[in-house]
Design a protein around this ligand. Structure first.
Ligand code: PMP
Length: 420
């Protein structure tokens, strides 16, 4: 065994022993930021944290009291690998809000939708397989696909989401190269990180292209119910029952419960349950029962309305501050969710700029975190879900100071270059 390995921050005598796939594990750019941005003086527009403060804690306390009184023993016991039947039935009603018809038999409860993503990826991805994804795409999904040593191919995306023509061309090109495409991963509503929603007119087209090419769709939808004005178009799963749909309670309730769900065609669902049992035996019955109790005995739709109001006000604060301090910059205008996406002038590297921003006491997530192919240098994600509207305005003003300085420097250097 060699003792030469110094990868990472700690000396590691086991470097020769790890599985090849462990090499793909790296600190996510988002997580790497947490230590810095948790300093109170820094306005963090970085991590995608729900504003759980808007959730009355007495609602949770009441659910706990009732749960312990009514079925406490069951709630703290092992349970089935597929998840609690009552909660699965409630999830069915939740998904019906987005046009999905489903059976409790086809729903698998998971430890957050992150775990659902991991289970599905584990079932389908071999080394070198291709995953198609929007460009940019969710950093946590990219991490999982990398872990399974898949190749991530981004498909061109605009203000209406993934482009059907670009999807067709990408599939044709990859097929000519003999590549194995396993699935298309999509966040169709208020995407993380872009805030963009897949237009209704594109949805059936995307489903049809994938159906014709026998490519599974993995529809990841944690934000769909957090629309600001207009309800989102029906889910892709409502168009085709072969779509695998991932949902979560993290954003419409709280992420601390770690409860998500997967709706999958029967054959895939059977394998998902087996994979889940082999990985964790069963999802937390305690968390599931708490959520089930909360859904049964509280005005959860009213609570989602409250969240919508909170996030709408924060989105407005972010857009107003951007219009005031960075009027020339290109940004997305999300109609729901947590994020907006900024394109900086060519030549500004958002990752290199981050230490300067932190010095100005503001943080964001650099664009490269959201691409599997090393691009995205002049992009950045702003998450407006957690800071107060006042702090968002302060944060964007600080960000503008840094971006404007970088832009001036860039212009000065390019003028000098031109006169040489
Ligand atoms: N998918 C997307 C698009 C997300 O933004 C997140 C969390 N940020 C997840 C999945 C995972 O969420 P959870 O595991 O908390 O359900």
């Amino acid at each position: 065994m060699s003792n030469s390995g110094q990868k990472g921050t700690n000396f590691d005598q086991w470097l020769d022993s790890y599985a090849a796939r462990a090499n793909a594990l790296s600190v996510s750019e988002v997580r790497a930021l947490f230590a810095v941005v948790s300093r109170p003086e820094v306005v963090s527009l970085a991590g995608g944290m729900p504003y759980v403060h808007a959730l009355p804690k007495d609602l949770i306390a009441r659910s706990f009291e009732t749960l312990m009184a009514d079925r406490g023993d069951l709630a703290i016991q092992y349970s089935g690998g597929q998840g609690d039947l009552k909660l699965r039935d409630q999830v069915r009603e939740l998904m019906a809000l987005e046009g999905i018809k489903s059976s409790v038999e086809d729903i698998v409860m998971t430890t957050g939708s992150q775990h659902g993503l991991d289970l599905v990826s584990g079932l389908f991805l071999d080394k070198g397989d291709v995953v198609l994804a929007e460009g940019p795409s969710y950093v946590g999904a990219i991490g999982i696909f990398r872990h399974y040593e898949a190749h991530i191919e981004h498909v061109e995306t605009d203000h209406d989401g993934i482009q059907p023509e670009a999807l067709k061309e990408t599939i044709a090109r990859l097929k000519t190269q003999g590549r194995k495409i396993k699935f298309l991963y999509l966040v169709p509503n208020f995407a993380n990180p872009s805030g963009v929603t897949l237009a209704e007119k594109r949805r059936a087209k995307i489903v049809e292209i994938c159906r014709r090419n026998k490519i599974l769709i993995l529809e990841d939808n944690p934000y769909g119910l957090l629309y600001f004005d207009k309800k989102v178009p029906d889910a892709l799963r409502s168009i085709d029952e072969n779509v695998i749909y991932l949902g979560s309670f993290s954003k419409i309730l709280a992420p601390g419960f770690r409860v998500g769900y997967v709706l999958a065609p029967p054959a895939i669902r059977e394998k998902l349950v087996l994979a889940q049992e082999s990985a964790i035996l069963c999802p937390s019955m305690f968390s599931q029962s708490m959520i089930s109790e909360y859904l049964s005995n509280s005005d959860w739709q009213g609570q989602i309305d409250t969240f919508r109001g909170v996030y709408r006000e924060r989105r407005d604060a972010a857009l107003e501050a951007l219009a005031e301090h960075l009027p020339k910059l290109s940004t997305t205008h999300p109609d729901g969710g947590f994020y907006l996406w900024i394109t900086l002038p060519d030549g500004i590297d958002s990752k290199a700029m981050l230490p300067l921003a932190v010095k100005e006491l503001v943080a964001y997530t650099p664009g490269t975190a959201f691409y599997g192919d090393g691009t995205g240098h002049n992009k950045l994600r702003v998450c407006y879900s957690f800071p107060t509207p006042e702090n968002i305005k302060v944060g964007i003003k600080r960000l503008a100071t840094v971006i404007n300085l970088q832009t001036e420097l860039l212009e000065t250097f390019s003028k000098k270059g031109a006169t040489k």
